[in-house]
Unconditional design. Structure first.
Length: 326
């Protein structure tokens, strides 16, 4: 445990100070990075999504959370998945990088995913997914200062007596998920961090809390002149340690254009828009903070890019999932 007070260069505020303070006092209970374009990053939401679109699919996501606060949280992910007939299911690869405090705390995850498909009835399809992850957390000590470096009159002039621990923490993690869907209805459940691995970057034990995710939605065709249109009400519930997040909202799709509006429990509204052009799709969302942090965070920005490649005609019995693209 580090005994001295930690002072973070640049005057980092709010969430980052709390995060790093907890990291260096021996035990960490953090939440996973989040993406608000849930269905533009399906493998991160639920491993059972691997191969659900049948054809090969590449997804790239970038999120900048609270850019108004010095040292914001920046998260990037890239994923690839496709259905493989010989495996009776889908495979996927997910890579994620999360940088808190301009890289003061850096996390890298690399995951391999397999999902098994079961045609229960002519209308109902089930998928069960498993995910294995190699993860690494590292602290950049050069970006930290400590209380014993301060002279009351001259400021930071002393060397710290704290022992730097430059070795990163690496560990293996496992997750699983289920997904059920018909032509217009889908329901999913996932559990991440099944073994609650130790992610402490210093001495001691900091188990990574399990994350439970429930998501569901329905596609409702609506009358529209010209191109077909749909409304899709959705709900997402996540629980990790004592942090409960409930999101509910609606997507609208007409032709190549998508739009959505979500509300996250007493915290923010999420507005999103996207469009598809051939095999490409692009999306943007903005989190409008409505809590007491409104004037300080400058919201959150998220961008997504996807490519769904052409492939051989799917088997007559194969049913792809109908859910929003963003």
């Amino acid at each position: 445990m580090i005994k001295g007070n930690i002072i973070i260069k640049g005057g980092f505020k709010l969430g980052l100070i709390a995060l790093l303070t907890v990291v260096f006092t021996g035990k960490l209970f953090a939440q996973d990075p989040e993406f608000t374009q849930f269905y533009a990053n399906q493998l991160y939401l639920n491993p059972a999504f691997a191969g659900a679109s049948y054809c090969p699919k590449l997804s790239l996501n970038h999120r900048n959370q609270w850019p108004g606060i010095s040292g914001s949280f920046v998260t990037n992910s890239a994923s690839y998945d496709q259905h493989v007939d010989a495996l009776s299911g889908g495979i996927g690869l997910l890579v994620l990088n999360d940088r808190a405090g301009e890289g003061t705390l850096n996390t890298i995850n690399v995951s391999g995913i397999y999902s098994y498909e079961l045609q229960v009835t002519r209308k109902l399809t089930l998928r069960a997914g498993v995910q294995g992850t190699w993860a690494q957390k590292r602290v950049d000590w050069d970006k930290l200062t400590f209380g014993d470096q301060i002279d009351p009159r001259r400021g930071f002039i002393f060397n710290t007596n704290e022992v730097q621990r430059d070795e990163p923490r690496s560990f293996v993690d496992f997750s699983a998920g289920l997904l059920g869907y018909t032509e217009n209805i889908f329901v999913g459940f996932a559990v991440h961090h099944l073994t609650q691995p130790n992610e402490s970057v210093i001495e001691g034990i900091s188990p990574l809390p399990r994350k439970y995710t429930f998501h569901a939605g329905v596609q409702i065709p609506i009358d529209s002149k010209g191109e077909p249109a749909t409304l899709s009400p959705n709900v997402l519930v996540q629980l990790q340690e004592n942090f409960l997040q409930i999101n509910f909202g609606m997507y609208y799709n007409k032709g190549p254009i998508y739009g959505g509006l979500w509300y996250r429990n007493q915290d923010s509204f999420i507005a999103s828009i996207g469009f598809e052009a051939g095999i490409l799709k692009f999306g943007y969302s903005y989190d409008i903070t409505v809590s007491k942090l409104t004037n300080q965070t400058a919201g959150s920005h998220e961008f997504s890019t996807g490519m769904k490649f052409d492939c051989k005609p799917k088997k007559p019995r194969f049913r792809t999932i109908s859910c929003p693209s963003f």
